[in-house]
Structures are given as structure tokens and as C-alpha cells.
Design a protein around this ligand. Structure first.
Ligand SMILES: *[C@@H]1O[C@H](CO)[C@@H](O)[C@H](O)[C@H]1NC(C)=O
Ligand SMILES: *[C@@H]1O[C@H](CO)[C@@H](O)[C@H](O)[C@H]1NC(C)=O
Length: 287
């Protein structure tokens, strides 16, 4: 009798456990991340580059210390993953082959100092450009096709986060001593080039199974302290507005490009993220 009673209790516990586990269901099955230092979670630790964040004070507010995130604590991706009810998204290069097969909740391909253009992604050593990040996503898809094809059904419900382009200005167009781009292209032509390349990348992601995209524009690069401090002559305004205006050429075209993709790529959804609208007030205040 006592034994039956404990069996019943055991079943109740199992039942409750199943309900609780189901209650913890996430808002999306997975989060796949493409981008630069704003988004990365440790890929550059595995790459021959100076653009690393694996030492203090990076990570100073987390018990485990620096991880390769370019921040004192969490990146925006960590917050997004948590609010979707997903675990933190691991760096692609930190995963073993069996990790890549088994992971269902997403992968982070982002790489600090990278850009939309492959040549941007060599400014500080070899990091993973957008093309390379998409190639790694393709490898993930191929691996799962061979080993865990059921997981691929979830790709169409997964979130594809794309936040890139900052370094195509910071490390490339705004570095005329290192790069020819500002000699070759007018600001508008360069913006066109970036939008064009990003469009190709997004299309390739769609072909591989991505459907739900969040695509960010470029932030107020003219407010970054390093840009303000290196401006000559020194700006009389808190930010270098010429640089912000340069970025605006790209940002103005981006919404039209993603709207057009949404129209032509059946079943796709694109959300535009406005990084430019998020003012870097702390950078401005520090001046
Ligand atoms: C697909 O996603 C759901 C959660 O949205 C999850 O319960 C399920 O296990 C996933 N399927 C595969 C094969 O990964
Ligand atoms: C953001 O900063 C710009 C100056 O760069 C300013 O004109 C604008 O009003 C600010 N917007 C907000 C919401 O603070």
C-alpha cells in the first residue's frame, strides 16, 4: 500500500515535471547570429587576430571572467536569447563536430572586426567576414542534413540576427591610408556596394532555410570616442556629424532593400533594427 502510494507520488512528480518543462517552452526554437564585435561570443579566440576580448577588463562583471565578448558583461545577443527563453548562443568555433550536430538552439557566427566586405575583415588579422559566417552556417546546415535532418524543420521558425557593417566604415572607408575604398568609391557608391553585398548574403541565408530575419542598420559611428578624438579638425559638436552622415547613406537604403527581399523571398519576414536611433549617450557624455 505504502509502496503504491509512493508510486502514485512518483507519477505525479513526473507528470508535473513534464508540464513544467513544457511551460518553459521558448518563443523561438533557435537564434542564429551573424555580425561583428557587438554580437560575438568568442569566435575570435580561435582566430589569428588582434581583435580579441579574452582578457580583463572584458567580462569583469561576470563570475567566469572574460569569454571573448566585447563587453564587461552580457552582449545584446545574450539578452535576446534570454528573453526568447533560449540558452546563451555559443560561438561556432568553440563547438566540436558533435556539438554542432546536437545543438538545437542556435549558433553564433559573429566575429569582432568583421564587415560585410571580405577585405574589411582582414584589417586586424583574419576574422570571419559575413561571407565566411554564412559559409559556416552552410556547413552547419549540411552537417545537420546528414545527421539530424529533423532539426532543419525548425530553421524556418528560428530567428536570424544580422548586425554588421560598422567596420566597413571604421576599419575600411574611414582608413584611406590602409584602404583604397574611399579613393575608388563616392560615399553613395560605397553605401550601394555594402547594401548590394548584404542583399546577396541575406538571399544565401534564405536559400539555406532562414526565414525570420532581424537586420540592423549602422549606429552613430561619428559618436564613438576614438572617431571623435582622431577627427581633424576637432569637431565643435559632440559627434563627428560628417561620419554620421556617411553612415546615413547606407541606413537610408537598408529598409527599402529588406522590404524588397521580403516581397520577393516567399515566406520571409524581415524586421529592421534601428541601431542609429539608439543614441550612444554615454559616449557623448564622456566628452
Ligand atoms: C523544434 O523546436 C521545438 C521548440 O520550438 C522543440 O521542442 C523541438 O525539439 C525542435 N525539434 C528539433 C528536431 O530540434
Ligand atoms: C540623438 O543624437 C542626435 C545627435 O547626434 C540628436 O540630434 C538626437 O536628438 C538624439 N536623439 C535622442 C532620442 O536622444
Amino acid at each position: 500500500m505504502a509502496r503504491n502510494y509512493s508510486m502514485v507520488l512518483l507519477f505525479i512528480c513526473i507528470f508535473l515535471h513534464l508540464i513544467l518543462v513544457n511551460c518553459q517552452s521558448s518563443l523561438a526554437p533557435a537564434l542564429y547570429v551573424f555580425g561583428d564585435s557587438l554580437s560575438e561570443s568568442g569566435n575570435n579566440n580561435f582566430l589569428p587576430t588582434d581583435a580579441k576580448a579574452n582578457y580583463t577588463p572584458y567580462g569583469m562583471d561576470v563570475p567566469s571572467g572574460a569569454t571573448g565578448r566585447f563587453t564587461n558583461g552580457k552582449t545584446i545577443i545574450d539578452f535576446i536569447a534570454q528573453s526568447l527563453g533560449l540558452p546563451l548562443v555559443p560561438a561556432y568555433l568553440s563547438l566540436s563536430t558533435s556539438d554542432k550536430i546536437n545543438i538545437k538552439t542556435g549558433v553564433n557566427y559573429a566575429s569582432g572586426a568583421s564587415g560585410i566586405l571580405p577585405e574589411t575583415s582582414t584589417a586586424l588579422g583574419m576574422v570571419m567576414s559575413l561571407d565566411k559566417q554564412i559559409k559556416n552556417f552552410r556547413n552547419t546546415v549540411l552537417l545537420k542534413t546528414l545527421t539530424a535532418p529533423a532539426q532543419l524543420k525548425n530553421l524556418s521558425d528560428s530567428i536570424f540576427w544580422v548586425s554588421i557593417g560598422n567596420n566597413d566604415y571604421i576599419n575600411n572607408y574611414l582608413k584611406p591610408a590602409n584602404y583604397m575604398s574611399s579613393w575608388i568609391y563616392t560615399p553613395q557608391q560605397f553605401a550601394n556596394l555594402l547594401v548590394d553585398r548584404l542583399r546577396k548574403g541575406l538571399r544565401n541565408m534564405y536559400i539555406l532555410g532562414a526565414r525570420k530575419f532581424v537586420v540592423f542598420n549602422i549606429g552613430r559611428l561619428g559618436c564613438i570616442p576614438a572617431i571623435v578624438n582622431s577627427a581633424n579638425p576637432k569637431p565643435t559638436t559632440p559627434c563627428v556629424e560628417d561620419v554620421n552622415n556617411l553612415v546615413l547613406l547606407y541606413n537610408t537604403m537598408l529598409p527599402g532593400m529588406i522590404r524588397e527581399l521580403e516581397r520577393t523571398l516567399i515566406g520571409s519576414i524581415f524586421v529592421h533594427g534601428d541601431a542609429f536611433g539608439l543614441n550612444q549617450t554615454s559616449a557623448e557624455e564622456s566628452l
